[in-house]
Design a protein around this ligand. Structure first.
Ligand code: FES
Ligand SMILES: [Fe+2]
Length: 317
């Protein structure tokens, strides 16, 4: 699979042991994308003149009579690991890679039942605009008016907490009209909470109960959003939800996935892409945005990301 990450073309494949491998997607011979080649027994073979590379990116030559190659011929490889049913890559200094940085997505459904994960959209917008979008869920009451939200939900209160590097915004909306689901159209107490895990994984928990009833979270009601920068101005958007369902409930994860896909595609992403266009490559802070109280979590996350970047640069220098 070819995928550009942080403006770097990467080829992803599985090594002989089944573990994921990430190499620069460019053959050192004539610079062909290795993703145009083939993988056999965990070895990637360039599609142009057949040079083969192992999981470390070391060149194994080709199968022809003209196979000799300079000592040390290789393709840069990047630390990569599979966890929580996702592939995590570290494109910084390899010596600083630490699997402990991987966000805790243990609520990701286990393989087996019917589930809603693995959804993907490509966005023509910077990944931080998408992060802002999820960290300020008051947009739901305007941008998603009539689908995920409505005007009644504009009342309520937001609180922001931080613990162990995780930022959590809680939006509590008592006595508001439920916009969708089994209680649609009814007066409810509703919540829409989100947790940010560095650098860009967000877990939402949301729900609605009759007024005054205990606000118990449905274990199948967590939504995941992961934004991976493709370039400065484009983003890979991965999303899904928790819960693994038996055959008789197979419709539920499918329905949630279809709804998420439609809403992100038709409502969120066009707004993010329009903002990207208006900003025209300018720096967010240099544009002096008017900050609202509902921006508390999004701003905190932006600052934490900036701090992580500074710390990483310092550690690598
Ligand atoms: S470009 Fe890859 S083998 Fe020639
Ligand atoms: Fe949204």
């Amino acid at each position: 699979m070819a995928r550009t990450l942080l403006s770097l073309p990467i080829v992803l494949f599985r090594g002989a042991d089944g573990a994921p491998v990430a190499l620069d997607d460019m053959c050192p011979h004539r610079f062909a994308p290795l993703s145009r080649g083939q993988v056999r027994d965990g070895i990637v073979q360039c599609g142009y003149h057949g040079l083969r590379f192992d999981a470390n990116g070391d060149c194994l030559g080709n199968e022809s009579a003209f196979s000799s190659f300079p000592v040390g011929t290789c393709v840069p490889s990047h630390p990569v690991i599979e966890r929580h049913r996702a592939i995590w890559i570290w494109l910084g200094d390899a010596a600083l890679a630490d699997p402990a940085f991987i966000p805790n997505l243990s609520r990701m459904p286990q393989p087996g039942g019917h589930e809603n994960i693995g959804n993907y959209l490509h966005v023509q917008g910077n990944w931080l605009l998408e992060t802002d979008n999820i960290m300020d869920l008051t947009h739901v009451h305007y941008l998603h008016d009539g689908s995920l939200g409505n005007a009644s939900m504009r009342s309520g209160e937001m609180t922001v907490h931080e613990a162990d590097g995780v930022v959590r915004a809680e939006l509590w909306m008592p006595g508001t009209i439920c916009p969708f689901g089994p209680l649609e159209g009814q007066l409810c107490d509703q919540w829409n909470n989100v947790e940010w895990h560095a650098p860009s994984a967000m877990i939402l928990d949301f729900g609605a109960v009759p007024p005054g009833a205990p606000a118990v979270q449905d274990e199948g009601g967590y939504a995941f959003h992961i934004f991976t920068p493709e370039t400065e101005s484009t983003t890979h958007y991965f999303f899904g939800s928790s819960g693994s369902y038996a055959a008789e409930d197979a419709d539920r994860p499918r329905m949630i996935g279809t709804l998420q896909n439609r809403i992100f595609l038709e409502e969120d992403n066009p707004m993010i892409e329009a903002i990207q266009e208006r900003m025209a490559g300018r720096d967010f802070w240099e544009m002096r945005p008017a900050i609202l109280s509902s921006d508390a979590a999004a701003v905190r996350v932006r600052r934490k990301i900036a701090k992580l970047c500074r710390e990483e640069i310092k550690a690598a220098s």
